[in-house]
Design a protein around this ligand. Structure first.
Ligand SMILES: NC(=O)C1=CN([C@@H]2O[C@H](COP(=O)(O)OP(=O)(O)OC[C@H]3O[C@@H](n4cnc5c(N)ncnc54)[C@H](OP(=O)(O)O)[C@@H]3O)[C@@H](O)[C@H]2O)C=CC1
Ligand SMILES: CC(=O)N[C@@H](CCC(=O)OP(=O)(O)O)C(=O)O
Length: 346
């Protein structure tokens, strides 16, 4: 099979990372890319790393839809719904890297994103595509909501402990750090080099729009019981990586070994989850440029607190890699196709 893939918003960080991964995918061909600001320019003029690898010229969204079997949208939130409708009507698979199809409850979308659902039937068709938690619902789907970086790292860190009832559904704390590529390519004051370098601080403390999305995933994992968490993101002066340090109170007596058993049962066959041996700690350095999610488990018996730490590359497992994993699932390919990327050792 040779899937024709198109990327709308290929000049942004998530779009450019999709291009990197698609050019190495053995069963997909990059058919078309689009941009508004750079229409008519070759992607390799914008990102010289792609010279002689992807010299495709940026066209329009319409051209991408026409030439592709699968359309990836790597656009700012709020711009995907019309494009999804066009793709759906044309029988294409649509994979959205933004948040327009992620929340099941439209009121949550209104509250956190300030928009409305334009085509209710499309939202009913859409699937929230975190493969390790919701794999069976993704196969064969045409509208795929690809979770972002924090919303991948946190649910994966906590799911087995929550599913088996070891930890309480209330009072969870997700203390997360993100590399700066998470903020996208546009220039902003807090990502400006002198303001970011040598600094380290939290932002959107307990007010980030990813909070309801994580609660949605974890509530499904908990069998419908409402999960509440406190989420505090931080901006780390490195290019790539998400580190999620998640704290939860034990609600039944259990040793770390027993909880670890639940993680081994749930994740033992997962190709992209690496449950680290006891004594090791997840580190963003060890997952860079790869689709892996490393997880380490810890316990503070003095305070009855379970601690799960996950590390991903925000651009790969937190965006483009996961989107390709979902493409593989949607088209019935081996889920790992094109994604067995070894992280550099140093
Ligand atoms: N960076 C990350 O780690 C992650 C990002 N995401 C999500 O992926 C999406 C893209 O993010 P990211 O790549 O970081 O953002 P960037 O700001 O780097 O890129 C945005 C892209 O969208 C295009 N664009 C901007 N405004 C418009 C518009 N009005 N109409 C059409 N195209 C437009 C830009 O194209 P141009 O200017 O060339 O026209 C550019 O290609 C977002 O929804 C983000 O939340 C998800 C997970 C992780
Ligand atoms: C460092 C930084 O700014 N990160 C982004 C998250 C990027 C991401 O995951 O995007 P989604 O919103 O599509 O999930 C933020 O906090 O909004």
């Amino acid at each position: 099979m040779n899937i024709k893939a198109g990327v709308v918003g290929a000049t942004g960080y998530a779009g450019a990372e999709l291009v990197r991964l698609l050019t190495g995918h053995p069963q997909a061909e990059l058919a078309a890319i689009s941009s508004v600001s750079f229409t008519g320019q070759a992607l390799s003029d914008i990102y010289p790393a792609y010279y002689h690898i992807c010299d495709l010229v940026c066209g329009t969204q319409e051209e991408v839809v026409e030439k592709s079997d699968v359309v990836f949208a790597a656009l700012p939130h709020g711009l995907s719904q019309e494009l999804a409708k066009t793709c759906y009507d044309a029988g294409k698979v649509f994979i959205d890297l933004g948040a327009d199809f992620r929340l099941e409850n439209e009121d949550d979308y209104k509250e956190w994103y300030g928009g409305t659902y334009l085509y209710k039937e499309l939202h009913e068709q859409a699937v929230y595509a975190l493969p390790e938690l919701f794999r069976e619902q993704i196969r064969g789907k045409k509208i795929i909501a690809n979770p972002g970086c924090y919303t991948t790292a946190v649910p994966l860190a906590l799911a087995p402990a929550l599913r088996k009832g070891y930890i309480a559904a209330e009072g969870i704390i997700a203390d997360c750090k993100s590399g700066v590529t998470g903020a996208g390519r546009k220039l902003t004051q807090n990502t400006h080099y002198p303001e970011l370098n040598e600094g380290f601080s939290a932002y959107k403390v307990a007010a980030h729009r990813h909070t309801p999305e994580m609660e949605q995933s974890l509530s499904h994992v908990a069998g419908g019981a409402p999960v509440k968490l406190t989420f505090v993101p931080h901006l780390l002066p490195v290019n790539r990586g998400i580190l999620a340090t998640c704290y939860a109170k034990l609600q039944k007596e259990a040793s770390l070994q027993e909880i670890r058993q639940a993680y081994e049962e749930q994740y033992g066959d997962e190709p992209f989850i690496r449950l680290l041996p006891e004594g090791r700690v997840a580190d963003i350095k060890n997952v860079r440029y790869s689709n892996y999610c490393d997880i380490s488990l810890h316990m503070d018996p003095r305070t009855n607190t379970f601690i799960a730490i996950s590390a991903i590359d925000n651009m790969v497992k937190g965006a483009a890699g996961q989107a390709i994993q979902n493409m593989n699932l949607a088209f019935g390919l081996d889920e790992t196709c094109g994604l067995m990327l070894t992280p550099p050792a140093f």
